[in-house]
Design a protein around this ligand. Structure first.
Ligand SMILES: NC(=O)c1ccc[n+]([C@@H]2O[C@H](COP(=O)([O-])OP(=O)(O)OC[C@H]3O[C@@H](n4cnc5c(N)ncnc54)[C@H](O)[C@@H]3O)[C@@H](O)[C@H]2O)c1
Ligand SMILES: O=C[C@H](O)CS(=O)(=O)O
Length: 482
């Protein structure tokens, strides 16, 4: 079934059927101009449990297929994503504002998880253990954990979906997906491609609507053995509490507050380029983007000047225009939060180097790419996730001072260091409490690498070998042979 972008009413996908046409609908709004680009059914507990039942029934068969059979479906879906790259990117830009070139890149990055895990599923090895007794044989098996619920955020609507779907399906699990109500259309298009790829009914299901009701059903239905969540730390903590009564397996990819450290011996041009790449991706609405920048005093003024000059070249506008590099924030609440962070910083002595203002443009929620200097730790922008195009810069005297400031946060997702000294870079990595570190690299994410955070940035990893372990249970078997 093909629902083009201009069709207003999209549907959910449960047990191989497009359903929900009689339900109340939720409008999806383009943040660049406030126009409605589609509507989705407001599903709740009933629809969520129908999807869970379908996934449970399908698991009985899907879990018994070979990794090679499952890989063939995943590779077909990968091909379809690449084939439909432009359409997926246009839907993504229309519903959440990401500049079209970034959206196109996300589609390919997202598809890569399917291709990588299609192969990784074939390498889920067990073990034969040396026995301690002549009459025993010891084995270790890896089993699919069961029915998985995946709850995804709005900011990377394709990649956060395939980073879960890929390993879960490759491991032999079936899945119920709940996308963000801010960006459900990308997920719906993905399910159309899943249907085209020929996945058996019930293996992949999509429910849209009330996050609290759908979440309640997910956390209360015993058929769900694993919940994989990507989103804010606040919601992650709710899910941790809800998971306790059934000891549901959880993977949590949560919020971040990345420090970016530039030492005196850094290549300044490279540091500026890396800081731009990290900070302004998706208009700063990225979990791993630099949220605070610490620059050593010896090159501070040069960095601020060159960084601000580069930011001034950025074009703000509707992401559908290829020359636009900064799209809108996802909604009015996000715009107000970003404004509040900047106003708070200014009230505490920060200086605007460039930007610092909302942009009124055709009804969209735009904020100018902004650089503020003379910041200090008392400012909200240096403590809470801004999730916007604001780069606060604090001058530091020593590397040790930078490390102390960098680690002074409940988050531990990503950090960035720019130095050409192997000794200093090594010491920085060893002392920074973050799950992902870019050394002279503002864009470290890769499908083959473990992605995830320490402290309140999450539990577990997605991507890489660890990413499929999240969907497996280990079973130890002791066989007495006489
Ligand atoms: N660590 C990562 O890999 C990663 C990746 C992307 C985004 N994020 C984080 O996600 C946040 C931005 O995404 P967001 O605004 O969509 O986050 P969010 O926490 O508001 O929502 C995430 C998902 O959870 C759902 N949800 C909300 N309340 C729920 C509840 N009570 N029960 C069940 N589901 C519920 C939402 O509908 C959405 O689908 C930021 O904090 C960002 O740092 C982290
Ligand atoms: O927003 C969070 C994403 O996980 C960022 S990335 O695309 O994985 O780098």
């Amino acid at each position: 079934m093909n629902q083009t972008l201009d069709e207003k009413n999209y549907l959910m996908y449960i047990n191989g059927e497009w359903v929900g046409k009689d339900l109340e609908v939720l409008d999806v709004v383009n943040p660049a101009n406030g126009q409605i680009v589609g509507s989705v059914p407001i599903g709740g507990e009933v629809e969520a449990n129908q999807a869970i039942d379908a996934a449970y029934d399908a698991f009985q068969t899907w879990s018994k297929t070979t990794a090679y059979e499952r890989a063939s479906y995943l590779k077909k879906l990968h091909e379809l994503m690449v084939e439909h790259q432009d359409e997926l990117a246009q839907i993504m830009t229309a519903e959440m504002g990401k500049p079209i070139n970034e959206a196109r890149g996300e589609v390919i990055y997202a598809a890569a998880f399917l291709e990588w895990y299609a192969e990784e599923g074939k390498r889920v090895y067990g073990e034969i253990l040396p026995s301690h007794m002549t009459n025993k044989r010891l084995q270790v098996w890896k089993r699919p954990v069961g029915v998985v619920a995946a709850i995804t955020p709005w900011n990377f609507p394709a990649a956060m979906l395939t980073r879960k779907m890929g390993p879960a399906l490759a491991a032999g699990c079936t899945i119920v997906i709940k996308p963000s109500s801010d960006s459900p259309l990308t997920a719906i298009k993905m399910l159309e491609l899943c249907e085209e790829a020929g996945f058996p009914k019930g293996v992949i299901n999509l429910v849209t609507g009330s996050s609290s009701q759908i979440g309640k059903a997910i956390m209360e239905n015993e058929k769900i053995r694993k919940v994989t969540f990507t989103g804010s730390t606040e919601v992650g903590k709710i899910l941790i509490k809800q998971s306790a009564h059934q000891v549901k397996r959880l993977s949590l990819e949560l919020g971040g507050h990345a420090p970016l450290i530039v030492l005196n011996d850094a290549n300044v041009e490279l540091a500026v380029k890396g800081a731009i790449a990290s900070k302004f991706r998706n208009a700063g609405q990225t979990c791993v983007c630099a949220n605070r920048i610490y620059v050593q005093s010896g090159i501070h003024d040069e960095f601020v000047e060159k960084f601000s000059a580069a930011v001034n070249l950025m074009k703000v506008g509707n992401g559908a225009e290829t020359e636009v590099s900064i799209g809108p924030l996802i909604n009015q609440a996000s715009l107000e939060k970003v404004s509040h962070h900047v106003e708070d910083a200014l009230s505490k002595g920060a200086k605007i180097e460039t930007g610092g203002n909302e942009i009124s443009n055709n009804g969209g929620t735009f904020y100018a790419p902004t650089v503020i200097s003379n910041v200090n730790p008392s400012m909200i922008v240096m403590q809470e996730e801004t999730f916007g195009p604001v780069a606060p810069i604090q001058k530091v005297e020593t590397m040790e001072e930078a490390i102390s400031f960098a680690n002074d946060t409940p988050y531990g997702l990503a950090a960035y260091v720019f130095t050409d000294s192997v000794a200093k870079g090594t010491l920085l990595i060893e002392q920074l409490n973050f799950g992902i570190v870019g050394w002279n690299d503002g864009a470290p994410s890769a499908v083959q690498a473990p992605f995830g955070g320490m402290k309140e940035s999450g539990v577990g990893r997605e991507g890489g070998r660890e990413g499929i372990e999240a969907f497996l249970e280990t079973q130890y078997v002791s066989i007495a042979i006489s």
